[in-house]
Design a protein around this ligand. Structure first.
Ligand code: GDP
Ligand code: MG
Length: 139
């Protein structure tokens, strides 16, 4: 039985600035997922604060929002069978230094001086998050 879902993927400002958007798109498409919508955005603070509402008050919240405001973000609506979980697997774990080789973060990211936030991509972590985040970014 199939379980076709949609998820929000963001290529964060470090990924766009390092010209890795194509490589990240290539990996998503090579896995068999489909692009439904795509746009390059300069995100407003209010959008970012809503997007990362679960992290409000944490020590990394402010640097994270500043980083996400620092350049263009490529926002993607991606569809596929179990794509929410599947894209998280493609992305790898949060810290790019220890993310597994073979993943986007593991292959292409590293620790740029304790800046864990520069980990190239975001992917929704549940069906509820995906619905909420897609409504925010693709209103
Ligand atoms: P994700 O779901 O793997 O993206 O990770 P989280 O939801 O836990 O955190 C959201 C984002 O905040 C991460 O992707 C990182 O960009 C950033 N982040 C998480 N933990 C830290 C941290 O300890 N320090 C810093 N500087 N950034 C962090
Ligand atoms: Mg998260």
């Amino acid at each position: 039985m199939t379980n076709v879902q949609e998820t929000l993927v963001l290529v964060k400002p470090d990924g766009v600035a390092r010209n890795l958007s194509g490589e990240i798109l290539r990996r998503i498409e090579a896995k068999g997922y489909s692009l439904v919508d795509i746009k390059l955005v300069q995100a407003e603070r209010t959008l970012l604060a809503e997007h990362y509402a679960e992290h409000a008050g944490k020590p990394f919240f402010e640097p994270l929002v500043e980083f996400m405001e620092s350049g263009s973000i490529l926002a993607l609506r991606v569809a596929g069978d179990r794509v929410i979980e599947g894209f998280r697997a493609l992305a790898g774990t949060t810290d790019p230094t220890t993310a597994a080789p073979g993943t986007i973060r593991g292959d292409l990211g590293r620790d740029w001086g304790l800046k864990v936030q520069q980990n190239l991509v975001h992917g929704s972590d549940s069906p509820e998050s995906a619905a909420r985040e897609l409504a925010l970014w693709f209103a």
